[in-house]
Structure formats: C-alpha cells, structure tokens
Design a protein around this ligand. Structure first.
Ligand code: HDD
Length: 697
C-alpha cells in the first residue's frame, strides 16, 4: 500500500489520460478518509488533478492554457498584505467585555451603562518595533488594542502596556519610529532599541525621558501577555445626556497580576521559542484558562485637572492612582482563539477614532494626530476603502449610509437612493438625534505651531517613576540603560543620554556612568523647567503588582529513566492545587518512571530549557544525576533556573546536577519532599539571590 501511495504521488505520471488522473485524486481522497468536498477553482470549477500542471507531453513545456495553475499561483503571489508599519508582530483573540459598574452618571454610552451586558471584543497584543516575523520577547512596548463591537458601533481602545508615550505631538511619530526601527543603511538591528539612531533621537528629545524609564524597566519584557497591564494613555471624555463632560483615563489590569522576564531570560527565550507569547496565549485559551483583565477608570473634571502639577493633555504624563483613584467598572475575558490568523489577527484594523456616542476625544495632540493616521494606514494595508466590511472589522450592529462602490465592495445595496436628503425611498438612512456628538468646547487660540508651556516639565514624572520602584527594579532599569547604551557606538550620544539622567536622579546617572566606565558624569542639558519631587506612587511598581499565586505559571519537572514516580506525582499534585501547570522534561520523550509506567514527556531536554518555566523540579536516580551532571543541556537547565531567580526543588539523586550547575543555597532551593516550601518559593522570584550572581549597575 505504502509503495502504491508513493507511486501515485510521483509526478509527473506518464502521459496520463484524464481517467487516470481522476483515479489518482480518488485514491488520495480515500487515503485521507472522510467525505471531503471537491477542490475547486475560485470560479467553482472542480479540479481533477492538484498534483500536475498541464503539459505538452510528460517532459514538455507547461501550457498557458492551464487556468488551474495560473489562478492558484496568481493568488499565492498576492497572499501577503503590507505589514503594519508599527506593531507588525501580534497575537489576537476573541472574547467579551462585561460591565460590572455603571457609569450612567457620566456617559450615555451603552457599553458603559448596561451592567451585565456582554459586548464581544477582539483584542490584539503586539510588539512595536519588529517586523511580522520577529520574535515575541524583545525589549519593547506591548500594544494592547481592544475592539469592542458595541450595540452603538465599534469602539477601539488602542493602547499600550505603559501609561505614557515617548512624544507629545504626533508630528514626531515618524521620526521616533524611523529612529527605533532597523537602521536604513544596514538593515539591522531587528526589533531592538539598543542602537545609535534610537538613542540619538532620544538624547535630543527630553520629553521622552519618562517613557524611557518605563521602557528600560522590566515592563517591556513581560513574561506573558496575560500578565501585562493596558492603558488608553490619553485623556478621553465621557459625555452625559446634557453633554456635560468628565475626563477619563482607561486602564486594563490583568487578573493574574504582573510578571516579567529578567533580561537574560528574555534573550534566551527569544532563541528557544520565538513564538513564546503567542504560544502561551494559545495554550491558555485552549486549556480553558481564559486570560482576564479588569477595566478601571480614573475620572476627573476640568477643575480637578487644573490642580494637577502637570498637564493631563500631555501624553508623557500619567495621573498617579494616589491622586485620582482607579475605579473598576468591568472585566474582559478572552475565550476564543481566532479561526484564521490572517483573516482576523492580520486584517483587524483598529482606529482610535472609532468611538460610540457618549465618549469623546480630548485635545491631547498625540491623540489628535492618531485620529488621522489609522484610517489612512488601513487604506494602504487592506487596499480598499471597504476594509470595514471584512468580518473582523464590521460592526455587529446594523450600519447604513450612502457610501457606495469601491474596490472589493461586498455589499449589494438595494434601491435607487444613494444620497441624502432624499424623498424617494422610505428606508433610506437619516441622521439621528442620538447620534455621535462632539463635546462643545470653546477652543479659540491663536493659530500656530505651538507647544503648551504646561508641557515643558520633562523630568519630574521620570523621577517619580524611578523613585517609586523597588531596589531590584531600580537595578534593572540602571542595568538596562547600561546594556542599551553599551550598544551605542557614538560616544556623544551615550554622554547626552547619561546627562539627561542627572535631572531624573543623580544616583541613577552615576550608576549608568559607572556601568559604562565613564571617567566623569557628562554635563546635564539645560532645562526650561526645574524638576519637582512628587510623592512616590507604589501603584507604578511592577514587583508590587505581582500576585502571590501560581495561576498562569508553569513548573518544569526534569526526570530521567527510573525517576521516582511518587515524587513526580506529588509535585504535579501540589502545583495543580496551587493553580499552576506542570510539564515533564526528559532527555528522551519516551521515559519509564520507577513504577514501570512509560510516559511521554512534554518536552525533550535539549529543546525545552528551564527559561520557559517559572520554577523547576528535578527528580533523578543517582545514576541519572551523575550522568546528567556531564550533559550540557541538563547543566544549562539547572544553572539557568538558578540564574533566573527561580525556585528549584530537587531530590537526592539530582544533587550532582545541582553541583555541576553551581546552584547555591537559599530559600528558593528546596527539597522535593517539601512541597509547601516549594510552592511558596515558586510564586515569587528570588530577588535576594540576584546580587550574588549578577553584576547589576
Ligand atoms: Fe499607533 C498601530 C498604539 C501612537 C500610528 N498603535 C498601533 C497599534 C497599537 C498602537 C496598539 C496596533 C494595533 C493593532 O494591533 O493592529 N500608537 C499606539 C499608542 C500610541 C500610538 C498607545 C500613543 C499613545 N500611532 C501613534 C501615533 C501614530 C500612530 C502618534 C501616528 C501619528 N499606530 C499608528 C499606525 C498603526 C498603529 C501607523 C500601524 C498599523 C495600524 O495603525 O493599524 O497607524
């Protein structure tokens, strides 16, 4: 049978008659099993042979007449659409938003007033700088874009995992992006900010300093997309029945709490699994472990804003939660993976200008520029003004207007009226009183290319951020700056950035200068605004927002031939009851434990390093312990777990391996018999271990 299958698949088959060719298709059909519909061209013509093109003789030329071939290749040639100029690498999922607390005092928007209603959403997470094929774990801001298909039209909240942005005015966006992307002469580095052009731009753009603090923190190397916050960044408005306005900032808070990689881990994960975060999201949703976020709002009035020591219209500023508390109003659950990556995740088109009645924009100049950019980019990416008709983009409420025709029109409007006003057709669409209205503001300033003086303070909130961090977080920020600047070849750029740091925090500047081996601190640039000290905000810590849980985390259990089945089962049980997942890793996929049971490991050791787990357990016979102590993959497994500050449980047999991996002693290194100690150690990183093993700035 195998031989005949090979023979029938061999191409080309002699001077096959059409009968022979059909026979081959039928055979393949039977081999696959089931009742498949006939393969057709896009015109619905059934295809009899999908293996051989039409030729003049078995060894002759292919004929132009072969419409099956030409249609197939033409379509293939056009399979790609332009990738997003930013945020090209992304992962999306379907789900719903459920309102838990009504904002009816402030807005007429139904999505924010109808408690209990579940609004469908499609949410896409992304990195910013890399191309569509880049890795998931570079140091980068993460996009957090939510399309709510509300009853009153689509609302797109197109945010990031950081509450502020690099620049104050949209006119600088192309410069920022050109600076961070691959340098144009050499075409590298891909998905990395650690290069001259990025830091050159930053050194000349003091308004970016606050964002730089966030970007250099571990926020930009998240462990999982399920463990990031999201922010709408700009102030928006809520409008009530009378058109009264209240300002609002939107925040997403992950149910699993925040967790990030440490830098060395992120770098290694990039090699081990370029799709790490996409896979993590896919597996979580497939396991029914649905990612979830709370939606919180900060509400404030024009009068409140007048009392803030910063301008809330400046997107490089956040409003500390200690100043305007966060009120949780709902939750978003992502419970369905897309059926098709291209049709949904690639073709989804977000636009911050999509908002339902009852929500409105503020004058944030970055937001104002974005309102133009996204619609324009969709035209170039999706190639037609009808991109809104694609299923992933179409509103789920009725929509009608007099826009007509255009490329790829898929609607078939009826009737003779395609204009307004009209009197010829009863059901032609008309404007409505409850339609979208803009807040009536009296903005009558002088026309000019201006920047408000209230936007001049570039350092106070950068200082606020740095000083609000815990000690390990501050060390990571300083070390990230040293790392990034050490990749910058131009000395004056390194100096200029370090000079800015002096305005943020002199100690930070000194740490970075020391880390770079500078002889003296470079001069601080002149500043129009003397930074002020703000009260530290613990709410902007990352470590402070880690949850004491194993939920959403995973433990790798390294076993080998004859490992103690009872110990393995005990670890699996303890981790499961703490809400975590376990995966068995072994030198070979098929492995027999001490009870004689043959199991299939989830990962083979050489391809399943410890950095894809949150904690590890090692259960080995003395023989296996001795032999793995000479195996570099096993040594890397354990030494990386130690270096990445993870909890390690091990039995007696594993000790030679721990020794070979230079594992030391601390509260995170426990006996495999003590699951209570292991579970509590596995919930956190062993921060106290870090200074012992890594030179941080
Ligand atoms: Fe943007 C995509 C977030 C400023 C122009 N942006 C894009 C995406 C996110 C953001 C999450 C990906 C959406 C998706 O998943 O498809 N962008 C932001 C945030 C900003 C921001 C949080 C500042 C607060 N963006 C910004 C400015 C401009 C753009 C100032 C232009 C003036 N952004 C774009 C774009 C993109 C985009 C070129 C590329 C692909 C797309 O829109 O659909 O239009």
């Amino acid at each position: 049978m195998a031989a005949s299958k090979r023979a029938s698949n061999q191409a080309p088959t002699s001077t096959g008659t059409s009968t022979e060719l059909r026979g081959q298709g039928d055979e393949l059909h039977q081999l696959a099993g089931g009742s498949h519909p006939p393969l057709t061209t896009n015109q619905g013509i059934a295809v009899s042979d999908n293996q051989n093109s039409l030729r003049a003789g078995a060894r002759g030329p292919t004929l132009l007449e072969d419409f099956v071939l030409r249609e197939k290749i033409m379509h293939f040639d056009h399979e790609r659409i332009p990738e997003r100029i930013v945020h090209a690498r992304g992962t999306g999922a379907h789900g719903y938003f459920e309102l838990t607390n009504s904002l009816s005092r402030y807005t007429t928007a139904k999505i924010l007033t109808e408690v209990g209603h579940k609004t469908p959403v499609f949410t896409r997470f992304s990195t910013v700088a890399g191309g569509a094929g880049s890795v998931d774990t570079p140091r980068d801001v993460r996009g957090f874009a939510v399309k709510f298909y509300t009853k009153e039209g689509n609302w797109d909240l197109v945010g990031n995992n950081i509450p502020v942005f690099f620049i104050q005015d949209a006119i600088k966006f192309p410069d920022l992006i050109h600076a961070v992307k691959m340098e144009p002469d050499r075409g590298f580095p891909q998905a990395a900010s650690a290069h001259d052009t990025f830091w050159d731009f930053i050194s000349l753009t003091p308004e970016s300093m606050h964002m730089i603090m966030w970007a250099m923190s571990d926020r930009t190397i998240p462990r999982s997309l399920r463990m990031i916050e999201g922010f709408g960044i700009h102030s928006f408005r809520l409008l009530d029945e009378q058109g009264q306005s209240t300002f609002v900032k939107f925040h997403w808070r992950p149910k699993l709490g925040l967790q990030s990689h440490i830098w060395d881990e992120a770098v290694k994960v990039a090699g081990a699994d370029p799709d790490f975060q996409r896979r993590d999201m896919f597996e979580a949703i497939s396991n029914g472990d649905f990612p979830e976020w709370e939606l919180g709002v900060q509400l404030f009035t024009e009068e409140d804003a007048a009392g803030f020591p910063f301008d809330h219209l400046d997107p490089t500023k956040l409003i500390p939660e200690e100043l305007v508390p966060l009120q949780v109003i709902g939750r978003m659950v992502l419970d369905r993976w897309p059926d098709n990556f291209f049709a949904e995740t690639e073709q989804v088109a977000y636009c911050p200008a999509n908002i339902p009645p009852g929500i409105d924009f503020s004058n944030d100049p970055l937001l104002q520029g974005r309102l133009f950019s996204y619609l324009d980019t969709q035209l170039s990416r999706l190639g037609s003004a009808n991109f809104h008709q694609l299923p992933i983009n179409a509103p789920k409420c009725p929509f009608h207007n007099n826009q007509r025709d255009g490329h790829m029109q898929s609607q078939v409007p009826k009737g003779r009226v395609a204009y307004e006003p009209s009197s010829l057709q009863e059901d032609s669409p008309r404007e409505t009183r409850t339609g979208f209205r803009s807040h009536a503001t009296a903005d009558d300033g002088l026309k000019g290319r201006l920047r408000a003086e209230s936007f001049a303070d570039h350092y106070s909130q950068a200082r606020l951020f740095y000083r609000s961090q815990s000690k390990p977080e501050q060390a990571h920020i300083a070390s990230a700056l040293v790392f990034e600047l050490s990749k910058v070849e131009t000395a004056h750029v390194r100096d200029a950035v370090t000079g800015h740091l002096r305005h943020i925090d002199p100690d930070l500047a000194q740490r970075v200068a020391d880390g770079l081996g500078m002889d003296a601190l470079p001069a601080a640039p002149a500043t129009a605004f003397e930074p002020i000290d703000m009260k530290p905000s613990p709410a902007i810590q990352l470590i402070g927002k880690m949850k004491d849980t194993l939920q959403g985390r995973s433990v790798g259990i390294l076993v080998s031939e004859g490992s103690d089945a009872g110990a393995v089962a005990a670890i699996q049980k303890a981790v499961k009851s703490a809400g975590g997942l376990t995966k068995i890793v072994a030198p070979k996929l098929g492995i027999t434990l001490s009870d004689g049971r043959k199991i299939t490991a989830a990962g083979q050791l050489a391809g399943t390093p410890s950095f894809i787990f949150d904690a590890v357990a090692i259960v080995l016979t003395p023989e296996a312990g001795n032999s793995l102590a000479k195996d570099s993959a096993a040594i890397d497994f354990i030494s990386n777990a130690w270096a990445h500050l993870k909890a390690i449980a091990s039995d007696a047999g594993a000790q030679p391996l721990l020794k070979a991996g230079s594992v030391g002693k601390d509260t995170g290194v426990v006996d495999a018999g003590d699951m209570t100690a292991f579970i509590s150690a596995a919930k956190v990183r062993q921060w106290l271990r870090e200074p012992k093993l890594r030179a941080l700035a």
